[in-house]
Ligand binder design. Structure first.
Ligand code: AMP
Length: 402
């Protein structure tokens, strides 16, 4: 069974309370620097507007104190972007509030095919606390609840859980982006076509331990890159110079290596390393095999590792990727991540299914301008990682099933 989606229910003249994830990155001047989350909600938004529904959008942005309005966290930049995307639609922005008199008035006077967007839910600390009273006010705005906020679905904030709970008896459905995220991050991975390869990187083993453990049972091979690899390499007794190592995780890394061997899951670690003295474009660069000399830091996977990883990816029918292979933000340490991204794209073009986790891996493929070339690039960092851990989300479980 799958969640019922917004396009499967009648919305004409109904108030659709849609929790979107407009938690977008902003630059110092308050401009949105990555529009993917807004852009990818558009099919759900358009679906309601085209069928003359009345759309009430709500979201959080960043981490304000929770004691009222803070200009730096206003949803205004996201609203400006929405207005550019929908120039002919009446969009009323309830600036500074979401549950006060202004919000109530705007929701009461909304007409078919219009949008009301409430300001940052987290201006009220009740949002993070999942407060029932706060949720009841938001719930009173809608005839239909729609969860289109995959990036927040692992959190039981009021708008994610208490609001739909308070709307029991009314339709509670998934947005089209949420549905797509669940399809790729849960269903595709649970019934993956083999060979199934996981590519994991980034900094901390501790962040990805749950995902590694859960994937060990499901994949044919795991390719580990990024700083995370050095905790494993150190656990095997090799010298890693001044590479980042999580000393507190050496035991767990050793256990994972043993568990992989027991399950006959192939665990690949880098066999060569592009190293620098520090993270900088100007640093001297040297490639080491196996042991890294003192004073050098592993900052990217080396060419032999790229070849080994690419060979595995080339054979895969399903690939899931979470975490960059090196410091992709700083040349020349971007090469490994770029080459791995390219090999996953090539595999995708010949029919494999590729899923890229949100957060830094999504930022990396965005940096390389390759977002559209994977089967799916997630919009949720923490949420996609928890899905890879095999967790269920209460916020999704309470939605109507089709
Ligand atoms: P995470 O949020 O754990 O996925 O980590 C992403 C970050 O890991 C990126 O900012 C990369 O620059 C960084 N990173 C990847 N490989 C390395 C490395 N070998 N040394 C230091 N940082 C790294």
């Amino acid at each position: 069974m799958a969640c019922k989606t917004i396009d499967q229910i009648d919305v004409a003249s109904k108030r659709v309370l849609m929790r979107v994830d407009f938690n977008v990155p902003l630059d110092d001047e308050g401009n949105v620097t990555d529009n993917r989350r807004i852009g990818q909600s558009m099919p759900s938004i358009q679906s309601v507007l085209d069928r003359k529904g009345r759309l009430i959008l709500m979201s959080h942005l960043g981490r304000p104190e929770g004691n009222g309005y803070e200009q730096a966290y206003s949803l205004k930049p996201a609203v400006d972007r929405l207005r550019e995307l929908l120039p002919d639609v009446k969009i009323t922005f309830v600036e500074k509030d979401c549950v006060g008199e202004e919000a109530k008035k705007a929701v009461e006077s909304i007409k078919d095919g219009e949008i009301v967007i409430l300001d940052n839910l987290r201006f009220h600390e009740e949002e993070r606390k999942g407060d029932a009273g706060f949720a009841a006010k938001l719930a009173s705005y809608g005839d239909i609840y729609c969860n289109e906020a995959f990036g927040t679905s692992h959190r039981e904030d009021a708008s994610m859980f208490a609001v739909p709970k308070a709307m029991e008896g009314k339709p509670r459905v998934a947005g089209l982006l949420l549905r797509k995220e669940l399809r790729y991050l849960s269903e595709t991975i649970s019934n993956a076509e083999r060979p199934f390869v996981a590519v994991l990187g980034g900094v901390k083993v501790s962040d990805k331990l749950g995902a590694i453990r859960s994937l060990l049972d499901r994949v044919d091979s795991i390719l580990v890159g990024g700083a995370m690899a050095y905790t494993f390499i150190k656990a095997l007794g090799h010298e890693v110079g001044s590479s980042l190592v999580q000393l507190g995780m050496l035991k767990q890394a050793e256990q994972i290596i043993e568990e992989a061997a027991e399950r006959e899951t192939k665990l690949f670690l880098p066999v060569d390393h592009v190293c620098g003295k520090q993270i900088s474009k100007q640093t001297p660069v040297k490639v080491f095999k196996e042991s890294i000399e003192a004073g050098w830091m592993g900052l990217d996977i080396g060419p032999e590792t790229v070849n080994q990883f690419t060979e595995q990816i080339g054979r895969a029918r399903t690939i899931v990727w979470n975490g960059p292979m090196g410091v992709y933000e700083t040349e020349p340490f971007d090469v490994g991540t770029h080459r791995i991204a390219e090999s996953i794209v090539t595999a995708t073009e010949r029919g494999a299914t590729s899923v890229v986790g949100g957060g830094d891996s999504a930022a990396a493929v965005d940096h390389f301008r390759m977002v559209d070339r994977f089967s799916h690039v997630s919009t949720g960092g923490g949420a996609s990682l928890q899905m890879l851990e095999g967790k269920r989300f209460a916020t999704v479980d309470l939605l109507d099933q089709s």
